[in-house]
Design a protein around this ligand. Structure first.
Ligand code: 2DT
Ligand code: MG
Length: 207
């Protein structure tokens, strides 16, 4: 048997305008610049997949969905990518996700859905080796520009999501102070990346 080292699953979570998408891309670009093909960037929702298209139409206000149907669509959208994620990691390729099930849970809890129900649909997905939790102060977030046009992009929803996200912290979470310059934050992210232990096997999300 070959003992090739596995890839890692790294998730970027945080509020809108915390810089997480920028930094997820920077990490992927950095890893690929060192070793071409060693990392893939995966954003959720992945709007190009069938369930992602439904989500996209909902977010752009083209269609309506009940809160539970929307929650399941977001979760199904992760399942659309599950095999790809497992395959890459087995091949030694790092998978960097811009949002994951924690956004799914936090947004749905913020809308008042039941916690046990909400967690159910993500059980069995690969569990991230590390979740980088981007924390940005309201002042800095405000300086980074206004909210967009899509659904869910309001101050009220963001505040509720922030509170719920805070409660989801677990042992695989690392806080990133996202108030610093993009270059400083990038270095902080790289340091956390370099400390990931990839000797243990990838696990799955449990109840
Ligand atoms: P982006 O702006 O990052 O494209 O996200 N969301 C996301 C959920 O409500 N549940 C989920 O499971 C995920 C992954 C966050 C679009 C919006 O979708 C929300 C913002
Ligand atoms: Mg957005």
């Amino acid at each position: 048997m070959t003992s090739q080292r596995r890839g890692v699953l790294i998730v970027f979570e945080g509020l809108d305008r915390s810089g997480k998408s920028t930094q997820a891309k920077r990490l992927a670009d950095f890893l690929n610049s060192q070793n071409e093909g060693s990392a893939v960037l995966q954003a959720f929702p992945e709007r190009s997949e069938p369930f992602g298209q439904v989500i996209d139409r909902y977010l752009r206000r083209e269609i309506d969905l009940s809160e539970r149907a929307l929650h399941l669509a977001f979760s199904a959208n992760r399942w659309e990518k599950e095999q790809m994620i497992r395959d890459k990691i087995e091949q030694g390729i790092d998978v960097i996700c811009d949002r994951y099930c924690y956004s799914g849970v936090a947004y749905s809890l913020a809308k008042g859905l039941d916690e046990n129900w909400v967690r159910q649909s993500d059980i069995g997905l690969p569990r991230p080796d590390v979740v980088l939790f981007f924390e940005v102060s309201p002042e800095v977030a405000r300086q980074r520009g206004g909210f967009g046009e899509e659904r869910l992009e309001t101050e009220t929803i963001q505040q509720k999501v922030a509170k719920k996200m805070e409660e989801l912290r677990a042992d695989n979470w690392k806080s990133v102070n996202a108030d610093g310059s993009y270059d400083d934050v990038e270095l902080a992210v790289r340091k956390i990346y370099s400390e990931i232990d990839r000797t243990a096997p990838l696990t799955s999300l449990e109840k």
